[in-house]
Design a protein around this ligand. Structure first.
Ligand code: DX5
Ligand code: ZN
Length: 228
């Protein structure tokens, strides 16, 4: 059975105590920190950049960090985020004219390579670059804001991506990002998702630790059910 990773999106965290917030969710059992970099151009919102990532690393936060870049142009930002401590960098195909080259830049900078697919975009976008990918992130909301409604069509896309991944040798993780709440966890795990990106459902709760524990339990339940 594959490991399922919990990936809290810090977009909904309290930025005045960011290091502590991240430490708390990691202590409670989260696996990968999800870092949403937005530019008010590719998406209509503005968040944080490499300097913030660098200070998170210095806190210190040693866990893997997936930097989800929603910025255009994107190529020049990749080395900056890599240097600041990104473990993986996930970009959107519409943020570059030359997707194949951009994916190479991520790898050349020593990071795992992620590609994000917006709700309206066909998963066929991965066909000519699939061998370069470590992670496919399916957006289950339109990018830009936390706490939006989960788009159910994502399940169809997970199925399609899974089929493509199964047809090649390489291990590629499937991540789902946006609007994920408790009720989505079992169906997502059954569909074959490996990484659950969850923002507001974790951080908008008074006790983010207990929410992580609840999610972990639900993952355990899934494993038990599927073994039977
Ligand atoms: C949306 C971001 C997501 C977002 C998820 O553009 O990419 O990572 O923070 O937050 P929730 O779980 O609140 O939808
Ligand atoms: Zn994200």
């Amino acid at each position: 059975m594959n490991k399922i990773f919990i990936s809290p999106s810090i977009l909904s965290a309290n930025f005045s105590t960011l290091g502590k917030e991240i430490q708390n969710v990691l202590k409670a059992g989260a696996d990968i920190i999800h870092f949403d970099a937005m530019d008010n151009h590719y998406v209509p919102n503005l968040t944080f950049g490499p300097i913030v990532l660098e200070s998170i690393r210095r806190y210190p936060i040693l866990a893997p960090i997936d930097v989800h870049i929603m910025a255009k142009p994107v190529d020049n930002l990749i080395p900056l985020f890599a240097k600041a401590g990104a473990t993986s960098i996930t970009i959107h195909p519409e943020s570059t004219y030359h997707l194949d080259r951009t994916l190479d830049i991520i790898k050349e900078n020593g990071c795992k390579v992620g590609l994000a697919i917006n709700p309206s975009l066909s998963v066929n976008i991965i066909d000519n670059v699939i061998d370069k990918l470590d992670l496919i992130l399916l957006m289950s909301v339109n990018p830009g804001f936390p706490a939006q409604k989960f788009i159910l069509n994502t399940f169809k896309k997970i199925f399609e991506v899974k089929k493509k991944i199964n047809s090649i040798e390489k291990k590629i993780y499937i991540s789902v990002d946006g609007g994920v709440k408790f009720c989505h966890i079992q169906p997502l795990l059954r569909s074959g998702v490996n990484i659950l990106v969850i923002g507001s459902y974790i951080f908008n709760n008074i006790n983010s630790k207990s929410i992580i524990k609840k999610i972990k339990n639900e993952i355990k339940n899934f494993k038990n059910i599927s073994i039977v």
